[in-house]
Design a protein around this ligand. Structure first.
Ligand code: NAI
Length: 412
């Protein structure tokens, strides 16, 4: 479908060094893209994005309500990362601006780091490496194990947990998992109903649950006390899930033989900032600065995923993958057919009677509706109406005049 607006006049500003393949994909489709290396803030940000139709950010650029209000032409925001905390989602929704992200494009990267850590902990690899860097030849088999035949306990069998499961089995590990939902076991993995049983049955426990009120502090002193003597704990999920002090105590006492942490309750905001935590300096403890999902491959997958969602929204009105407005999937329109319906996209405040007003406008004007798709979410409703081409302008005017209308756009 063509937009009512020439594609090359749609300006997309991409900040924070989004992977170039994202810009490449958007340019290939025909949009005008302005990539920037760093994050922007204050007047520099406002000036750069004031006339943009789409703004793409990663985790550092904050798009608050005030900044969004200054962008009159804004159609969509792309968060080229998993999180969307940096954008005022409600303000964007109330302006009829969908926000897209890429929640699962770095899944494999986190799973691979986890597997690397399972082996590294079993072989005390960082300790041996550190000794050699310090000039000591500590050749020894003490405390080193193969992972084959040992048991991996996965807490949270979602996208990442399931990938870890497949990779671990390929190395000959036994896999147990615990999840609040019943999950289809992959391969020979086995779901365990109780967290306590998983903790006491595993040689390595790895955590892959989301951050929530329930999961915060999920692994505390009591849970760690149930772990096998000499076992390992890995947290590549969110810092608040594991009680760091309890973990430090268990490592110091020798009950646990090692741990790997990629996430921390208090993470510095910028690369190069200082960092402290209770596990620093402990042997066989791997600390990484929240880089589980940080690979070139993940960055590229994120860029292509978000670019695709943005392009689909601009071209067809589909909001699939949006986090702050109702998700509406739309059938493909026949390409270049002369009698192809015109498509009206209408974001409105979700109060009773709006659809009635829209239908009345169609009836008053004798508009032939070829298709209609409506979803609501919280305060926002999104309706997409395909109509006969001849009636578009008058119908569009009537929809714009409905007091609850937030924004109307036409595609033809
Ligand atoms: P997901 O949503 O696909 O899976 C999470 C699973 O945890 C679900 O199956 C859910 O039912 C389960 N779960 C929720 N509460 C639970 C509880 N109390 N006990 C047991 N299971 C529970 O999420 P995904 O994509 O697998 O991500 C998992 C975690 O990894 C998230 O915390 C995410 O923030 C983190 N992550 C970390 C990255 C890093 O760079 N280290 C990068 C990407 C994600």
């Amino acid at each position: 479908m063509r937009t009512s607006f020439p594609k090359d006049r749609i300006e997309i500003v991409l900040l924070e060094s989004v992977h170039p393949d994202g810009a490449g994909e958007l340019e290939r489709i025909g949009f005008t893209v302005r990539p920037h290396k760093g994050a922007l803030e204050g007047d520099a940000l406002a000036d750069e994005i004031r006339r943009a139709h789409v703004v793409g950010v990663r985790s550092k650029t904050r798009l608050g309500a005030e900044v969004l209000a200054g962008c009159e032409r804004l159609l969509a925001v792309g968060c080229f990362c998993a999180g969307t905390d940096q954008v005022d989602l409600d303000a964007a929704a109330l302006a009829g601006v969908p926000v897209f992200n890429a929640p699962f494009s770095n899944t494999r990267s986190v799973a691979e780091l986890t597997i690397a850590e399972v082996i590294a902990l079993h072989r005390r690899m960082t300790e041996r490496s550190d000794a050699l860097h310090a000039g000591r030849w500590e050749k020894s088999a003490a405390g080193s194990h193969e992972v084959r035949g040992r048991t991996l306990g996965i807490i949270g069998y979602g996208h990442i947990g399931a990938q870890v499961s497949v990779l671990a089995e390929a190395m000959g590990m036994r896999v147990l998992y615990h999840d609040i939902a019943t999950k289809l076991a992959l391969g020979n993995a086995r779901q365990i109903g109780s967290l306590d049983e998983l903790m006491s049955s595993s040689d390595t426990v790895t955590v892959h649950v989301p951050d929530s009120g329930v999961t915060r502090g999920l692994i505390g002193a009591a849970q760690i006390a149930r772990m096998k003597p000499g076992s390992y704990l890995i947290n590549n999920a969110r810092g608040g899930v594991v009680d760091m002090q309890a973990l430090a105590d268990a490592l110091r006492s020798g009950r646990l033989a090692g741990a790997a942490l990629d996430v921390f309750p208090d993470e510095p905001a910028r690369a190069g900032d200082a960092f402290t935590c209770p596990l620093q300096g402990m042997p066989n403890v791997i600390l990484t600065p929240h880089i589980g999902g940080s690979t070139v491959e993940a960055q590229r997958a994120i860029a292509l995923d978000v670019a695709g969602k943005i392009a689909r929204f601009i071209d067809t009105g589909s909001t699939i993958g949006a986090v702050n407005v109702p998700e509406v999937d739309l059938p493909e329109q026949p390409a270049d057919a002369p009698d192809r319906p015109h498509r009206i996209l209408n974001f409105h405040r979700n109060v009773p009677g709006v659809l009635g007003q829209i239908h009345k406008a169609a009836a008053d004007l004798g508009v032939n509706v070829a298709g209609q798709y409506l979803r609501t979410m919280g305060e926002i409703g999104y309706v997409v109406i395909d109509i006969d081409p001849s009636d578009t302008d008058a119908f569009n005017e009537r929809l714009r005049a409905i007091p609850e209308t937030i924004r109307t756009r036409v595609l033809w």
